[in-house]
Every structure is written in structure tokens, then in C-alpha cells.
Ligand binder design. Sequence first.
Ligand SMILES: NC(=O)c1ccc[n+]([C@@H]2O[C@H](COP(=O)([O-])OP(=O)(O)OC[C@H]3O[C@@H](n4cnc5c(N)ncnc54)[C@H](O)[C@@H]3O)[C@@H](O)[C@H]2O)c1
Length: 405
Amino acid sequence: MQRSNMKVEEIKKIAQIGAGVMGHGIAQVAAMAGYDVALMDVSRAALDQAMKLINTSLSKLVEKKKITEEQKNAALGKIKPTTDLKEAVKDADYVIEAVFESLPLKKEIFMAMDDAAPEHAILASNTSTIPATLLADVTSRPEKVIDMHWFNPPPLMRLIEIMPGEKTSEETINVTVELSKKLGKTPIVLKKDVWGYVTSRMAISFLYEGAWDLQRGVAEPKEIDAAVRYKLGFPMGPFELADLTGIDIGREMDDIVEELSETHPKYVEGPVVRGPPIIKEYIEKGWHGMKSGRGFYEYPGPGVYKRVEIPEELKEKYDPTRFISTLVNVAAYLLRTEVSTRDDIDTMMKLGLGYPKGIFQFADELGVSKIVETLKDAKEKYGHDWYEPDPLLVEMAEAGKKFYE
Ligand SMILES: NC(=O)c1ccc[n+]([C@@H]2O[C@H](COP(=O)([O-])OP(=O)(O)OC[C@H]3O[C@@H](n4cnc5c(N)ncnc54)[C@H](O)[C@@H]3O)[C@@H](O)[C@H]2O)c1
């Protein structure tokens, strides 16, 4: 029997499955908010590294006088590392999965979590792209499964993007919203599940649209990065950002798009910008970005995080109109199909992806007619489906409308 009317106050213990980049950060946030945390990973080395990183992060907060030594020790005392999934979830009220971005692996973990967790427990995934329904469907509690998308690094980033599946209950959505707030975050709930939420669809388009122009020989990485930084006002251009986050993360996303196109095409409808061949070449060569010492740029050595010098004058070598038009097209699809609202999409762009302003504000400044014209030209020239202007944009251009009147 499912227990109904679960309240956020009833959550005492959180199980964090996967202790990598995201998992260790989420565990830290939960422990700092006073929850008991079981931190589980198949790798003992990953757990040791996670505890070390949490310790270092908490020590920095003590140094900056944001927390006291007692608070640091209390948070550390709340986290129990384990390699045993059953042990981790058996008395958990809320479970957050953050293992590798692989649909078969996540399905396997969701089945195991469902078997071992108490009946009342909510099972959430920090997946970057997978629709919640696909994970819910392998469990006996689809109404208690939800996507809870954190941003990197979890202790610093405020946004949590929540994507319910088709069978997720209101109660599960409400508890996840309230829990996010208790963890000090700003939750935004999408109205339905799609591949890539709003933010990952937009993030991958940002990277790939730049990479396509490199592939086509339109401009060099530094020229595109300079225009995106200095003409559009983004904190980083697509190549700098890809080198920082890892060019290889796109491969996992591409694999999932490929799979869903075959098995569940409804989740990948709309403009989905695909990676150009150059991305695969870089991945095969092992040029994954700063972590491997070489990506679109060269670094002093693997894992040496050094910002690239992007001279402002290079901005004149690249016109970012098509770049931003492609992003507007993706966002217009998500708005028209009611995945999210204008205001929520714009808030997510700023809070989750560091946009200097909302994507629909960019759209208004450039003009919807200009965007439609640019997309039509690109469709004719390059043929890709994602350049087909969304009907919402076409209609707005015809009526002379803006997103913000
Ligand atoms: N890194 C980001 O910026 C980011 C942001 C938002 C969401 N995500 C998503 O979060 C998830 C985790 O990403 P990450 O960057 O932390 O990855 P990561 O590679 O740093 O960590 C994944 C961890 O999962 C562990 N793992 C693998 N199989 C397991 C299993 N069967 N049981 C338990 N643990 C297992 C690995 O040992 C590893 O420690 C992915 O779904 C990713 O798409 C990542």
C-alpha cells in the first residue's frame, strides 16, 4: 500500500546513488541542510574521493566563515558512504540517482532501488536528458518517480529543474519542490517530460551550433567564442564551455537521442541540434577538453584548468545571428508545445546556463522576423531539420508580435 499525503517534513534520510561529480555535491548540500545521507557508489575509490572533496569544500566554507567548524563536522557526520545499494536505500525517504548517463544502467538501478527502498520513498533521477516516464515504467511505483535536475556544482548552483513523468503524482511533484527549497534551491517544474528537459536541449544546441560553424569553415573557435562573449554577452563561448565541461558528454546525449528516435520518437520531436562529425573526431582522438589537456584549445597539461585568452577584436570575424536564432527556435518549440512557460524558460536560461538575459529577450532584440528569415536561409543552405522555423515564430513574425509586449 502506498502511503498518501507524504509531507516534506517526513523526509529524514536521503540516499544518494552515485558519488561522482554531481553525487558528492548533492550529498554535501543534503547533509548541510541536516538530512541523514547514505552516499552509495559501486566504486570504493569514487566514495573515498567524494568524501575527500566534501571535506575540502566544507573546510573552504569554514575558512570563509560561512559555516563554523562544528557545522562542518556535523555535516560530515551525517554522510555514511557505502558500496551496498540495498543498505543505502532500505530506510531512505527520498532517493536521488546520479550514476552515468546511460538508459540501460539507469533502468537497472531504478529496478534495484524500487526493490529495496521503503514503499513511501520517492525515487528521483539527476539525469541530464532521460524522460522520467522511461525510468518510472521499470518500477512498481511510477507515481513516485521524477527527474530532479541539479546543476554543476550543486552547492553553488541555485536552479533545480524538475521534470515529472506521465504518471508522476502531484504529491511527488510537491514534495520534490518543497525538498528543493529546504535544500536552499530554486525549483522550476516542467509541465511534461521530453528528451533533455529545457536546459540540456538548450545547452547542447549552444555547443553544437558553434561546432557546426567550425565544421563548415565559417569561423575559428576563438572567433566564434569572441562573438558569443562580446557581442551577445555570454560569460563563455561554446568552445570554451565545451572544453571546460568535457566534449565527450555530448556523446552520451547523442546516443540517447539515437535510441529514443527509434524507440520513443515523441520524446525527441522538435528541433534537436545534432553533433557535427568534428565532435566525434575530437572524442575519438581523446581531445575531450581541459581534463585531457586538449580540446578545441590546448592546455598546459591534462586537468590543468586555465582559461583561454579570447581577444575581443576577434568578435568582428563572426556574425552570431544564426547561432542565436537556432537557440530561439529550440526554445520556441518548448514554449509552443507547453513543456514550459516563457518566464520559466528565461529564468532557467539565466539561473542554470548563465545567460546574460532570457532567450526570448534575445529574440525580441533581434526581431522575430529576422530570426525566421535567418532560419529559412539556414534550412535552405544546410538542410538540417532543426533550422525549420517553429510555427510559433512564423505566426509571430506574420503578426508582428514580440515575446514581451
Ligand atoms: N556533470 C554535470 O555537469 C551534470 C549536470 C547535471 C546532471 N548530470 C547527470 O548526473 C549524472 C551523473 O553525472 P556525473 O557528472 O556526476 O558523473 P560521474 O561520472 O562523475 O559519476 C558517476 C558515478 O556513478 C558511479 N556508478 C556507476 N555505476 C554505478 C552503479 N551501478 N551504482 C552506483 N554507482 C555507480 C560511478 O562509479 C561514478 O562515481 C548523469 O546522469 C549526468 O548526466 C551531470
